[in-house]
Design a protein around this ligand. Structure first.
Ligand code: ZN
Length: 159
């Protein structure tokens, strides 16, 4: 089972469990996934984002190293985030979400089309927008030289 963060066309955020990505796509195409808040069936996955730790996420258990194995065999992965660093990332995610919601215009699923229009008019910098785009749309926009930034998910307000 995999968990997807989903969003409806009105911007409600929720999550859903699917056996695999193909199963999600089939249910999405048939309109079988409903927003629990408004019943909308125009559902998208939220944009992929860097792994911002959310309180309550389980950390992977450290693997004990088998006896006798060389300690420095592979390049070392970065050390896990400290609680302070994780809090900093959550703060950043919260601030950028707040700023975007206050200062950018919400265009929903017209994000790709609005981005192209503003890019063509040269007004992208003065009139920032935010909305929903599929990973494919993001890829296409980037190939056209339009800068797109994924928005990290709003961290749990209780943190
Ligand atoms: Zn909704």
């Amino acid at each position: 089972m995999i968990r997807y963060d989903l969003t409806c066309s009105r911007g409600h955020e929720f999550d859903g469990w699917f056996s695999d990505s193909a199963s999600f796509e089939a249910q999405q195409a048939q309109g079988l996934i409903e927003c629990p808040i408004c019943g909308d069936t125009n559902i998208r996955r939220q944009l992929a984002c860097p792994g911002i730790p959310v309180k309550g996420n389980r950390r992977p258990e450290p693997q004990p190293r088998p006896a006798g194995q060389a300690a420095q065999k592979a390049p070392q992965a970065p050390a896990p985030l400290s609680e302070g660093e994780a809090a900093l990332l959550r703060q950043f995610a919260r601030e950028i979400n707040t700023l975007v919601r206050e200062r950018a215009e919400y265009v929903g699923d017209r994000f790709a089309e609005e981005s192209r229009r503003r890019h063509a008019e040269g007004t992208a910098a003065e009139q920032p927008i935010w909305g929903e785009a599929s990973p494919q749309e993001v890829q296409e926009l980037r190939e056209e030289g339009i800068e797109v930034m994924p928005l990290p998910p709003m961290p749990d307000e209780k943190n």
